[in-house]
Design a protein around this ligand. Structure first.
Ligand SMILES: O=C(O)CCC(=O)C(=O)O
Ligand SMILES: [Fe+2]
Length: 302
């Protein structure tokens, strides 16, 4: 996918079906909750210390990631490192909100309203300047920043360090048997986003994202990241959904027929890191109007 919630390839009929999220166009998975969720999360959780110090734990974690497509590393970032990055997310939102229409941002390129400086994912990915995308319409409340490490010179190193790029590349590389490299870093800021893309994958090829939470996500209202474990390996599920998408002229990568599956909402504290195989079915849930979420994102590709 191109960024947080690109629906550019979804047909008009899909967009019209959004508010209800209703069958037959959308058969959502059951969300695990309570003790079942706790157990499931426990089984995909590993500590940073164990990963760094114990080779066997590292190999087991890679095996878990390979099998489920998702891994959680709790407290991967020191609060002292994290705090100024969370403040940067707040500040960037405030700066952009204070700009008059057509006014530019002092550091970043700004895509807002009809003023779109860069178009298409490739241009955004390859930009040397950071790019702030402010979403409108159904995506109201959403801002994603390409290359957030270029927003403030003093935060470049902290941002890179908290993403644990070497560790993730090694771990995911071992899990998926391919050498992975960072292709792009992002910052997602969501404030009361009422509509998000349904379950989908970001394409069929191997792609891994990491999400470092800058704000707590403690309830469904906060808009947690959700994942259907094992869906990256589930050929039948993919076939069924692709056939459905073809019949209804949806984007090929939607997962709209998943009612027989369970998804895990990943609740997290600031500094927790999630590694996710994006060829599996996932989505960020819509938020309550007052909810705020900020997440640092890293994209790895072979
Ligand atoms: O906002 C989220 O939690 C996930 C968005 C998404 O689908 C993605 O980054 O690929
Ligand atoms: Fe996605």
């Amino acid at each position: 996918m191109t960024s947080i919630c690109d629906r550019s390839n979804v047909t008009v009929s899909a967009a019209m079906a959004l508010p209800e999220e209703a069958p037959p166009l959308y058969g959502p998975p059951k969300l695990r909750s309570g003790a079942g969720l706790e157990r499931a999360i426990q089984s995909i959780t590993v500590s940073l210390q164990a990963l760094e110090r114990r080779r066997l734990r590292f190999r087991l974690a890679a095996f878990t990631l390979a099998r489920t497509g998702i891994l959680v590393i709790r407290r991967a970032v020191d609060p002292d490192v994290l705090e100024p990055i969370a403040a940067l997310a707040e500040r960037t939102w405030a700066e952009v909100s204070a700009l008059a229409p057509g006014q530019s941002h002092p550091v970043a390129l700004l895509n807002r309203d009809q003023h779109r400086v860069l178009k298409g994912y490739k241009a955004l990915e390859e930009s040397v300047q950071p790019v702030i995308n402010v979403r409108h319409g159904e995506d109201d409340g959403m801002m994603d920043v390409f290359h957030p490490e270029e927003l403030a010179a003093e935060l470049r190193e902290p941002i890179l360090s908290c993403l644990h790029e070497r560790l993730v590349a090694d771990l995911a590389g071992l899990a998926f048997g391919q050498k992975l490299e960072v292709s792009c870093r992002n910052l997602y800021v969501n404030r009361g986003v009422r509509h998000t893309r349904f379950f989908h994958c970001d394409g069929q090829g191997l792609k891994v994202k990491t999400f470092v939470y800058l704000t707590p996500v403690r309830s469904l209202e906060d808009g947690p990241y959700c994942y259907i474990p094992g869906s990256h390996l589930d050929v039948l599920l993919r076939r069924r959904n692709q056939a459905f998408n073809k019949d209804h002229q949806f984007n090929l990568h939607e997962y709209r027929q998943v009612s027989d599956k369970h998804a895990l909402p990943i609740f997290a504290e600031p500094g927790d890191l999630v590694i996710s195989a994006q060829h599996g079915a996932h989505r960020g849930l819509p938020q309550a109007p007052s909810a705020r979420r900020a997440v640092l994102v890293n994209v790895f590709k072979p």
